[in-house]
Ligand binder design. Structure first.
Ligand SMILES: O=C(O)c1ccc[n+]([C@@H]2O[C@H](COP(=O)([O-])O)[C@@H](O)[C@H]2O)c1
Ligand SMILES: Cc1cc2nc[nH]c2cc1C
Length: 335
């Protein structure tokens, strides 16, 4: 993040052939991209999304509308190209990588799948620690490794995606713990649970929060509440941050992982762009804490990285703003 380039890009923005601020929030996005890339005319090429997948012991509490086996079945769907994320990625010039850090059951060898299973699902966060601190460390490193591969293969824009039945409960616990919010503020319907399910989710989150104490570091908190893919997502963003890339956020579970990364490396915030605002109510609190405005608001609640990948063409367009002609270059009269 180069404040000098930010200032130069702002001067250029004022000369471009448009009324002042006519491109609205995209102008701020353009200036931030310029500052991140250290050039007044930023450019974004290929994107990548790393979809981190894992299972959650907390499903035993009846917190999801779907059965646990959907996590593994959807990973197979990702590998065959049949999921929403595959189709959106095709439309957005984005490569898809899948990372298994904790799916229950066997997965096949596949060039698009990084197999780094730390354990087959977390323990039930309502009953005790979701994982050990060593397991959390391994999940973090797996996320870093997947991002490193995506960057080595040409990613100029990096997003994380998530797949894990039960993960909106873990994401709610992690968000509440990291932001000091009550369960009611961060628990939502996820895949579509009813009133009873909502009550069970709030109770599971409250139980997990009761085990935390003030001296715990962010990764210790994450080990206590889970999940494996949320910790891997933190690793993905930390690696992307250290490589200097713009980082695109997806919905509620992905942003919970990003909050963890932010707590571990506060400077990472400058690299984050909020792809969209999820229907999951806690997402608003997460984005407010990060001080980010979502690019899209489409009532999505899918995950997989879909909202992040949909925003990639908008980010590319924002970068192109600074390649416009100035009034002087184009011979256009100023008002
Ligand atoms: O991205 C979101 O905001 C989002 C909101 C609700 C559900 N999801 C997805 O749905 C799954 C978790 O939902 P649940 O009800 O099983 O906790 C997981 O695979 C997420 O990717 C994702
Ligand atoms: C079918 C299905 C697809 C998903 N993709 C991300 N989370 C999901 C949850 C379900 C249930």
């Amino acid at each position: 993040m180069d404040p000098e380039v930010f200032a130069q890009a702002r001067l250029r923005m004022d000369q471009l052939t448009k009324p002042p601020r006519a491109l609205g929030y995209l102008e701020e996005v353009a200036l931030r991209l310029a500052a991140l890339q250290g050039r007044v005319k930023p450019e974004l090429g290929r994107g990548a999304v790393v979809v981190a997948a894992a299972d959650h012991g907390v499903v035993a509490e009846g917190v999801s509308a779907y059965p646990q086996e959907v996590t593994r079945q959807m990973v197979l769907n990702f590998l065959r190209g049949g999921a929403a994320i595959n189709q959106f990625a095709l439309a957005a010039d984005c490569a898809v990588y899948v990372l298994d850090v904790g799916v229950v059951g066997e997965l096949p060898d596949h060039p698009g799948l990084l197999k780094r299973k730390v354990r087959p699902g977390t323990a039930n966060l309502a009953q005790g620690p979701a994982m050990t601190p060593e397991e959390a460390e391994r999940a973090l490193l797996a996320g870093r490794e997947a991002a490193r591969r995506a960057i080595a293969e040409g990613a100029t824009l990096l997003a994380a995606g998530d797949m894990g039945i039960g993960n909106t409960t873990a994401a709610a616990a992690l968000t509440a713990a990291l932001l000091g919010l009550p369960p009611e503020a961060v628990v939502g319907r996820g895949t579509g649970v009813g009133e009873e399910g909502l009550r069970r989710k709030r109770q599971a989150v409250a139980r997990a929060l009761a085990r935390l104490h003030p001296g715990m570091g962010p990764l210790e908190v994450a080990a206590e509440v889970g999940g494996l893919e949320l910790v891997a997502i933190a690793g993905i963003y930390l690696e992307g941050y250290e490589a200097g890339l713009p980082l695109v956020l997806d919905g509620f579970p992905v942003t919970a992982g990003a909050l963890l990364a932010w707590k571990m490396a506060p400077g990472l915030r400058d690299h984050l762009f909020a792809g969209h605002l999820s229907r999951e109510p806690g997402h608003r609190h997460q984005l407010e804490a990060l001080g980010l405005r979502p690019l899209l608001d489409l009532d999505l609640a899918l995950g997989e990285g879909t909202g992040a990948v949909l925003a990639m063409p908008l980010l590319r367009a924002a970068a192109r703003i600074l390649h416009m002609a100035t009034f002087q270059e184009a011979g256009v009269s100023r008002g």
